[in-house]
Design a protein around this ligand. Structure first.
Ligand code: TYD
Length: 142
């Protein structure tokens, strides 16, 4: 897909199935069914100190679903032209982030857990860690 198509309008909250019973709730995610990619990796952030910021990078090809498994935090998405801030606080909602999006996570509540489902295994070469380099790759600046 062209870079211009990979913008923040493609990123959205996906409401996952939720089985509610008096015994409690159950949510599930199936790759290529509830989310538009196959799940190759799961990682999670926890014990994040108050005031800490995570993210601060973009991915070249990685698709991700970000879920607040417990507590809450904010995700700022930026495609070089537009920005959108999401507050995640429901474990049945996931924020789908397509490739080529800069993201920053902050405002973590105490005890929050951020789980990320990812379309590929870890690859440092898939990262843009420099915002300027990211904007150049997007064609926003020369
Ligand atoms: P990073 O993706 O920069 O974390 P965040 O965006 O949450 O701030 O990763 C932090 C460190 O962890 C970095 O050294 C790479 C390493 N890491 C792995 O080894 N495997 C992984 O799956 C992830 C996500 C990170």
């Amino acid at each position: 897909m062209e870079n211009t198509m990979l913008n923040i309008n493609l990123c959205q909250i996906i409401e996952l199935p939720k089985i509610s019973e008096s015994r409690g709730n159950l949510t599930f995610v199936e790759g290529n069914n509830h989310i538009p990619f196959d799940i190759k990796r799961v990682y999670y952030l926890y014990d994040v100190p108050g005031g800490a910021e995570r993210g601060g990078h973009g991915h070249k090809a990685l698709h991700q679903l970000i879920i607040a498994m417990s507590g809450s935090f904010d995700v700022l998405l930026d495609d070089g032209e537009h920005q959108k801030r999401y507050h995640l606080n429901r474990s049945y909602n996931g924020l789908y982030v397509c490739p080529m999006i800069w993201r920053e996570l902050d405002n973590f509540s105490s005890g929050s857990v951020c789980m990320v489902l990812a379309s590929n295994t870890y690859d440092e070469d898939d990262y843009y860690r420099d915002y300027k380099e990211y904007l150049v790759a997007r064609g926003v600046i020369l």
